[in-house]
Design a protein around this ligand. Structure first.
Ligand code: S3P
Length: 463
């Protein structure tokens, strides 16, 4: 299987619509879906994952855990189970909405040696979390990914895993995929994380499950805590004290049903879209509002956005709500420090909000954006400039002086969040925007274009 979404870019046109209105539900949270599939695959028993996101990234995780011996199938309304997670078995059409997955776990020590190289596709989360699991196995494995993922840093996970006793080698001085993992016995120890990354933290927690004794992880800043929540529900012995996490090795892990909320990182496109459009009101239903993920809501509000969070409740251990945004007069703000990990994936679309706000927005401490699916600081700066924005690039951020977006042609760089951010820029622009490489939305939000067309009829088409 290859997930290279940079293959043949299609041109997508988005025209500023007269109105932008309606209700929308976004795909299930990508981070939670990855974890629900991966952690239940190494648990004992069968778990139902309701509302799973089925973007290409989550399908990469499912394919990898299958290759390691666990079973992941999709339950259809007819109570039929299918191995094809993408297609409706009756119509044969690509259908990746509201999926219910059934994961049959093999138990903590039940994974088996994969017969071939594991392919994480475009997915950083698949590659980092899986490496933590592979490090603790009594068998050999090799992991790779698409061209974008093969350029993203793996040294941050390889180094601490080696300190735990893992035997991992990787390309370019053990820093890049592909990587190879040989059998080893992991030992728990104290590990200080170099970056505030939830993928790194989760990788180490997963390796900690296989290690002898206690693994202690010290984080520089808080980041999304979905792994901690799910592991605790599965019976792992996990303890959190401020930024310090402690996990005991070799617990009995039981399968746990997961209800996946809508992905706030996908909802963010519509929330910003509504704020920047002059005649808009959008409600995103059933969105995850875990406080480690809601930086975008805080910053938009600070910018003067009208945002309502309603019907807040806890579902499957995660806070969920309906979030409504409407046309707002935005003003520039300063964003940095501990807020960055809480909105790390929303910076490109936040930059769109900043480009039409009154005054100057400064984003700092966001150097991690340089090693995402694209160099998002460079990509945002160059592509928003092409659409008429005033953007200055810094090593760790951006300074954006708000004004008017004219429209024009821009490049997604095969990065799903860039493609969707450019579409949102088009909603607030004076003229149409042509996006080169719009199909990569498939990575996290396969129904993005039809949803845009529903909220703003006549606004988009593929050329
Ligand atoms: C994720 C963590 C973040 C985020 C990514 C998903 C996760 O990456 O950008 O989209 O699911 O843990 P980092 O851990 O590299 O910050």
């Amino acid at each position: 299987m290859t997930n290279d979404h940079t293959a043949s870019p299609a041109l997508r046109a988005v025209r500023p619509p007269a109105t932008l209105r309606g209700d929308v539900t976004v795909p299930g949270d990508k981070s939670i879906t990855h974890r629900a599939v991966m952690l239940n695959a190494i648990a004992s028993g069968t778990a139902t994952v309701t509302g799973a996101g089925l973007g290409a990234d989550c399908l990469s995780t499912a394919a990898c855990v299958r290759a390691l011996g666990a079973t992941v199938r999709r339950l259809w309304p007819t109570a039929e189970l299918t191995d094809d997670l993408r297609r409706d078995p009756v119509s044969g059409k690509d259908d990746r909405a509201d999926a219910v997955l059934i994961v049959e776990g093999v138990g903590l020590t039940g994974l088996t040696e994969p017969a071939d190289v594991l392919d994480a596709g475009n997915s950083g989360t698949t590659s980092r979390l899986l490496t933590g699991i592979l490090a603790g196995q009594p068998f050999f494995s090799v992991l790779t990914g698409d061209a974008s993922l093969r350029s993203r840093p793996m040294g941050r996970v390889v180094e601490p895993l080696r300190a735990m006793g893992a035997r991992i080698t990787a390309r370019r001085g053990d820093t890049l995929l592909p990587l190879a993992v040989a059998p080893s016995n992991l030992r728990g120890r104290e590990l200080a994380m170099r970056v505030a990354s939830a993928q790194l933290k989760s990788c180490l927690l997963l390796a900690g499950l296989y290690a002898e004794g206690t693994t202690e992880i010290v984080q520089p800043e808080a980041s999304r805590d979905h792994t901690e929540r799910l592991l605790a529900a599965q019976g792992a012995r996990l303890n959190a004290e401020g930024l310090r996490l402690r996990i005991e090795g070799r617990p009995a892990l039981r399968a746990v049903d997961v209800r996946v909320p809508g992905d706030i990182s996908s909802a963010a496109f519509w929330l910003v879209g509504a704020c920047v459009h002059p005649n808009a009101r959008i409600t995103v239903r059933d969105v995850g509002v875990n406080p480690t993920r809601t930086g975008i809501l805080d910053v938009l509000r600070e910018m003067g956005a009208t945002i309502a969070v309603e019907n807040e409740r806890i579902e499957g251990g995660e806070p969920v709500a309906d979030v409504t945004a409407e046309s707002s007069r935005l003003r520039g703000v300063e964003v940095g420090g501990a807020t960055i990990p809480r909105l790390i994936d929303e910076v490109p679309v936040l930059a769109v909000a900043a480009a039409v706000a009154e005054g100057v927005t400064v984003i700092r401490d966001a150097e991690e954006l340089r090693v995402k699916e694209s160099d998002r600081l460079a990509a945002v700066a160059s592509e928003l400039r092409r659409l008429g924005a005033a953007v200055e690039e810094h090593p760790d951020g951006l300074t954006i002086t708000g004004g008017r977006l004219t429209g024009g042609e821009a490049e997604s760089y095969g990065d799903h969040r860039m493609a969707m951010s450019l579409a949102i820029a088009a909603l607030a622009a004076a003229g149409p925007v042509l996006i080169n490489g719009g199909e990569c939305v498939d990575i996290s939000y396969p129904t993005f274009w039809p949803d845009l067309e529903r909220l703003a009829p006549g606004s988009t088409r593929e050329l």
